[in-house]
Design a protein around this ligand. Structure first.
Ligand SMILES: [Zn+2]
Length: 434
């Protein structure tokens, strides 16, 4: 059997089955064919990790705004997937908004897939969008392979992606329940959010209070109950909203910025820290960590949402709300996680296995037989200083510029071989169920 393998990767430390162990991974045709003890298996091509490296499954980031076509000056498939590869992320799922057209019809999905196809360095799946008036499009989008549908409950920031009101949410979730697919929701209640302006961060923070998240989460939970639909809350910031999710079956993600940053540390006028919902106080951040530890928060994804540098300027009312962190997600979360006593297996669970399972990304999120041989080779003790201008995403804006992080991604593998950013892109477009 072993003679048929194409490649063997030996690692003194690998995250396999939710724990760290020494392992040899046998790869055949881009998939993991065997997982064995360190000195077992042989193949024509054997790769031995350095003693300071750990083999992780490639990270799975189900919340990325690529923005192409239509706002390609904000980001694009080439630059976003380069950032992903540089950050150990081997699968992304693209959000349906900020591109033009928004992914709310099959025709719009086809437009996006056509521009993406030849320029992706990692695998890319797609979310569809649920907007007023397109309930009739959801079944065809589902058939076309989207992983579920995203909706907003308040202004999304772009005119072509309007929010659903409660009755529209009910109708859309009745349809996603019928299809058996996931509805993912930006959960802030517009009635509890005020227009922000000015330079003090405090003004922006108080304009989007925790109650706005809690109220919207309660609507998602009650609508999921009423329809029997599967639902997921994206980018939770307010720990106050967590009790409303308990026992509901509605899953929830948070993001590196909510786990790493704190309102107390945001300088006035520092709009590179603006995102919606906002980064809250350090005490809230620690409650998010506690909820991750207990499994109350299901996973961690980037919500990579870039724009051009000029749109990120102005006061907290005018600046675009979004943080670009695809390339830094792993070192950000790892640096903060280890300070709180977590291991790499925890981080892999939050950033690879759990999102892949919830979003049903077949063959992703684990080092196990039958899975794609997608890996991140991490040097977990090596520190580096973030230089925003050296990151791979298109516009060099980052609230993490100058910050020292621990955990260097040395190599990222896609289907059995390391990704070479100088070579032709090898990523594939993924379809649900394929
Ligand atoms: Zn987002």
């Amino acid at each position: 059997m072993a003679a048929e393998l194409h490649t063997v990767v030996r690692a003194r430390r690998a995250v396999v089955g939710g724990a760290e162990r020494a392992a040899a991974i046998g790869i055949r045709d881009g998939r993991i064919a065997e997982v064995a003890a360190y000195d077992e298996l042989s193949a024509p091509d054997t790769v031995v990790l350095a003693d300071d490296e750990v083999l992780l499954p490639g990270l799975v980031d189900t919340h990325v705004h690529v923005n192409e076509p239509g706002r390609t000056e904000w980001e694009g498939f080439a630059t976003a997937t380069r950032a992903a590869a540089a950050g150990g992320v081997t699968t992304i799922v693209d959000m349906p908004l900020n591109s033009i057209p928004a992914t709310t019809t099959v025709a719009a999905l086809a437009v996006k897939q056509d521009v993406a196809r030849d320029q992706v360095h990692v695998d890319v799946g797609f979310w569809g969008g649920a907007v007023p008036g397109n309930v009739g499009d959801l079944a065809a989008l589902h058939e076309a392979g989207v992983y579920g549908f995203k909706c907003f409950l308040l202004d999304s920031g772009v005119a072509e992606f309007p929010p659903l009101d409660p009755s529209q949410l009910l109708a859309a979730m009745a349809e996603t329940a019928r299809l058996g697919t996931l509805m993912i929701v930006h959960a802030e209640d517009g009635a509890l959010v005020r227009e922000a302006s000015g330079l003090p961060y405090e003004g922006f923070l108080t304009s989007r209070p925790p109650e706005a998240e809690r109220s919207a989460v309660e609507l998602v939970v009650s609508t999921a109950r009423a329809t029997g639909g599967r639902a997921h809350v994206v980018h939770l910031s307010a720990a106050d909203a967590l009790p409303s999710l308990r026992g509901s079956g509605v899953s929830v993600e948070t993001c590196p910025h909510y786990l790493v940053l704190a309102a107390e540390d945001v300088p006035d006028g520092a709009t590179e820290f603006k995102c919606c919902p906002p980064v809250r106080r350090a005490s809230n951040r620690e409650r998010l960590w506690a909820a991750l530890a207990t499994g109350e928060i299901d996973f961690v994804v980037s919500d990579h949402s870039p724009c051009t540098a000029d749109l990120k300027r102005g006061d907290f009312g005018a600046a675009w709300g979004g943080i670009a962190s695809l390339q830094l997600s792993l070192p950000l979360v790892w640096t903060a996680a280890r300070e709180r006593g977590h291991g790499l297996a925890d981080v892999v669970g939050w950033m690879s296995t759990a999102p892949a399972r919830r979003v049903e990304l077949a063959g992703k999120g684990e080092i196990a037989v039958g899975y794609d041989a997608d890996f991140c080779v991490l040097a977990p003790d090596e520190a580096f200083r973030v230089d925003a201008s050296a990151l791979q995403h298109k516009n060099p804006v980052s609230p993490y510029d100058g910050r020292t992080l621990t955990g260097t991604v040395r190599q990222t593998w896609l289907r059995g071989t390391p990704i070479d950013l100088a070579a032709d892109p090898r990523g594939r477009l993924l379809r649900r169920g394929a």
